[in-house]
Design a protein around this ligand. Structure first.
Ligand code: SF4
Length: 469
């Protein structure tokens, strides 16, 4: 039969065929069950989105002619959540394996149940990482042989249904690839449920069968499984699937009451209006400029760099720019460097070798370099004299311009120490004239936390007005 004539042809990406699954694998059947379910529900394919991670089961997303995302390993659930939040009208489904959803993405699986968003998770449990040759995973049965447990798995498996119930999924079911009509019922009910839904779907993997000398897992599922109307604690516990498998719906509850998501309203536009800062973009004339800001973690070295670059872009949108930052593992209190490049050409290498302009907020970086201050012979240094040992500057070439401002002292006495970087920036703006004043003020306004705009701008103005000796 040509794919165009197939009843599911519209929902399949024929250019992706044939599929990659082993002959005898049942993942393809789950794909068909899913298509049947959305067709039964009458979903418009444009209103249905499938997100998957990595693995054999996750390949389903590639074969469905819907809006699909093949996300990174373990990240299908947060990606799906992003889709749902962006467009709540969509029916969003995650399809993946036990390794992807319960192993690598395990924490996202827990979080979705707790947070209560309307996303459907269909987890194909084949008891291990099949795509990479069958390593053991979170659901590998005790004693099972895999590539990484050749003597038998010594770890107790996770029970996906029990975990889903515990963390608050509002729909929880178990089915198998050998029970397609039961699985369609489960999927249809899951998609009707308005909370987070989870279905564990047992799927045979040829690699598991081979290693564990099982002739046909599907035959075993059909023999041992019982579809139940009401579920007991024993049915949740599941136990040894070689002896007994309980299928059915464990929970189909209305969505829990929870506060609606509220987005924090940005105050940036209102602040810009209140302070009425206007600027006119212009050609800066900058060809290639290397700027470095260095100091101690916690002094706003990275934030200061971002503000300067934003200001440069405000002034001359045609400039190319890069920002790189370095700080030690201790972060707060350790050395911190932000490098900025401004160029009228494209930038190939984003690090500053020898800065033309150096903003020194402390001397920690120079001291780590055996007291060496790196600056272009014709460059400019603006130094926070309340924080820097000025003797470090004694041996600089006479051609280097040095400006001193007690930025931290000014900030401490008039505002708060945290705005010392803006005091320094105000002073830099005045003595170098590289970036227009209002372009910098607009950039500060954009990066200042709500409620602190006035203080940050006042700190900038105090640096701008400071007269260096
Ligand atoms: S490795 Fe296992 S799960 Fe993957 S396609 Fe083959 S049979 Fe299916």
């Amino acid at each position: 039969m040509e794919i165009d004539d197939h009843p599911y042809g519209d929902v399949l990406r024929k250019e992706m065929m044939p599929n990659i699954w082993c002959s005898g694998c049942r993942i393809g059947r789950i794909k068909n069950v899913f298509i049947e379910s959305i067709q039964q529900l009458g979903y418009d394919p444009d209103k249905c989105s499938v997100v998957s991670g990595i693995g054999c089961s996750s390949r389903i997303a590639g074969y469905l002619n819907l809006d699909t995302i093949h996300a990174t390993h373990g990240r299908a659930i947060p990606t799906a959540l992003g889709v749902k939040l962006a467009n709540p009208e969509l029916n969003v489904c995650v399809m993946g394996g036990d390794g992807d959803i319960l192993g690598i993405g395990g924490n996202h699986f827990l979080a979705l149940g707790r947070h209560g968003h309307d996303v459907n998770v269909y987890c194909m449990n084949n008891y291990g990482y099949s795509m990479t040759g069958f390593q053991h995973g979170p659901t590998t049965p005790l004693g099972a042989r895999t590539v990484t447990t050749s003597g038998g798995n010594p770890y107790s498996p996770v029970n996906p249904v029990a975990v889903a119930l515990a963390v608050g999924y509002t729909f929880v079911a178990r089915s198998t690839s050998g029970h397609p009509y039961h699985l369609i019922d489960c999927m249809v009910s899951a998609m009707k449920n308005r909370g987070p839904s989870f279905i564990e779907i047992l799927v045979p993997c040829m690699l598991y069968e081979r290693r564990n000398k099982i002739k046909s897992l599907e035959a075993l599922f059909l023999e041992k499984a019982e579809i139940k109307e009401t579920m007991s604690k024993e049915d949740i516990d599941q136990g040894d699937f070689m002896k007994r498998i309980s299928l059915g719906i464990f929970r189909d509850a209305p969505i829990r009451e929870r506060s609606p998501l509220s987005f924090v309203k940005s105050t940036k536009k209102a602040a810009a209006k209140k302070f009425n800062i206007r600027f006119k973009p212009r050609a800066s004339g900058i060809k290639y400029m290397q700027i470095r800001m260095e100091g101690t973690g916690g002094q706003g070295i990275v934030q200061g760099g971002k503000t300067m670059l934003l200001a440069a872009m405000n002034m001359d949108p045609k400039l190319n720019s890069t920002l790189t930052k370095r700080y030690g593992p201790e972060m707060k209190g350790g050395s911190c460097v932000t490098d900025m490049l401004l160029s009228n050409q494209s930038v190939d290498y984003p690090f500053v070798a020898v800065p033309d302009l150096l903003l020194m907020m402390s001397d920690i970086v120079a001291k780590e370099r055996d007291n060496e201050v790196i600056i272009n012979d014709k460059g400019t240094i603006v130094v926070d004299e309340s924080m820097v040992d000025l003797s470090l500057l004694d041996n600089l070439p006479k051609t280097v311009k040095v400006f001193k401002v007690p930025a931290t002292q000014i900030a401490r006495e008039n505002f708060r120490v945290v705005v010392a970087n803006n005091v320094l920036m105000g002073f830099v703006c005045k003595v170098t004239s590289i970036i227009d004043k209002n372009c910098l003020k607009a950039a500060i306004l954009k990066s200042a936390p709500p409620g602190t705009e006035e203080m940050n701008l006042a700190a900038f103005e105090s640096g701008y007005k400071f007269k260096s000796s």
